[in-house]
Design a protein around this ligand. Structure first.
Ligand code: SF4
Length: 228
C-alpha cells in the first residue's frame, strides 16, 4: 500500500518494531579497541565506507599507539598511511591536530562532552555523537549519516535536508531510548534494502507504511524527484 500510519507516534513505533525484528543485532561496524581508535576511525569514515576504514586501521592502529604518536607523525607519512581513504590529506591533518589538542587540553584522553569533542579538529556533531555513544556510553543525540538522512526523508519523518535539523526532528519524534539504535537500524536497512539508487521496495518490511514505496508511489521523498 505504501501509506504512512495515521499518527507519527504509530508510524515510529511500527517501523522501529519491524526494523528491530529484521536487524536484531545491528551495531557500529567500525573496528576499534579504545576511545582514541574510535575517534580516529570515525574521523576517517566521513564520506568513506566503514569497510575501507577497517581495512586501513588494521595496520594504522598497530603503527601509531597513542595520541603522541599521531601528533608527532610526519604529515606526508601519515597521509600516505591512509591514502586509500577519501580526503586523506585533510584527514591526516585533522588527526594530527586533534591528537595535539588531546595532549595539550585533555591529558591525552578523549573527552566525554559534546562541547569538548566538537572543539577538536575535524570533529563535528555527528562524529562527537558516535564517540559519546560508543566510547563513553553517553547518548546525547542521534547520529545522522547519509543513510539516516535518506530513510528519514523517505519515511516522511522530516522534510529537512540539513543533518543537524534532521537530528533535532528525530530527537522530538523518536523515544530517547531508541536514539542510538535507530541509526544502526537505518544504516542496516539502507545498505541491505533501501539503497540510494535502487531500493528493493517489493522486498522491504516497511513497504506498506512507506510513503515513498516505488510499488505505488511515484515520488522518492528523499530526493523529491519521481522514481526513474
Ligand atoms: S525500500 Fe522502498 S519501501 Fe522500503 S523504506 Fe525504502 S523506499 Fe520505502
Amino acid at each position: 500500500m505504501g501509506t504512512a500510519l495515521a499518527s507519527t507516534d504509530k508510524q515510529v513505533t511500527e517501523l522501529l518494531d519491524r526494523l528491530h525484528e529484521k536487524y536484531p543485532d545491528t551495531t557500529i561496524s567500525l573496528r576499534f579497541s579504545n576511545r582514541l581508535e574510535l575517534l580516529i576511525a570515525v574521523i576517517l569514515s566521513a564520506q568513506c565506507t566503514d569497510e575501507r576504514v577497517n581495512s586501513v586501521t588494521a595496520d594504522l592502529f598497530e603503527k601509531y599507539d597513542g595520541p603522541a604518536a599521531y601528533a608527532e607523525a610526519d604529515q606526508d607519512e601519515l597521509a600516505t598511511d591512509i591514502n586509500s581513504i577519501t580526503y586523506y590529506n585533510n584527514k591526516a591533518s585533522y588527526i594530527r591536530d586533534a591528537c595535539q589538542q588531546l595532549l595539550e587540553e585533555h591529558d591525552g584522553e578523549v573527552p566525554d562532552t559534546m562541547a569538548e569533542l566538537t572543539d577538536l579538529s575535524g570533529v563535528g556533531r555527528k562524529t562527537a555523537n558516535v564517540v559519546l555513544q560508543h566510547g563513553h556510553d553517553v547518548v546525547e543525540g542521534v547520529v545522522v549519516d547519509t543513510h539516516v538522512q535518506r530513510l528519514t526523508r523517505r519515511l516522511d519523518l522530516t522534510e529537512k535536508s540539513n543533518p543537524e535539523a534532521i537530528e533535532r526532528e528525530l530527537m522530538d519524534t523518536i523515544p530517547e531510548n531508541e536514539w542510538q539504535q535507530l541509526t544502526h537500524l537505518y544504516i542496516s536497512h539502507g545498505r541491505a534494502v533501501c539503497t540510494a539508487r535502487n531500493p528493493d521496495c517489493k522486498d522491504c518490511v516497511l513497504e506498506d507504511i512507506c510513503p515513498s514505496s516505488k510499488v505505488d508511489n511515484e515520488r522518492d521523498l528523499a530526493s523529491g524527484e519521481p522514481w526513474s
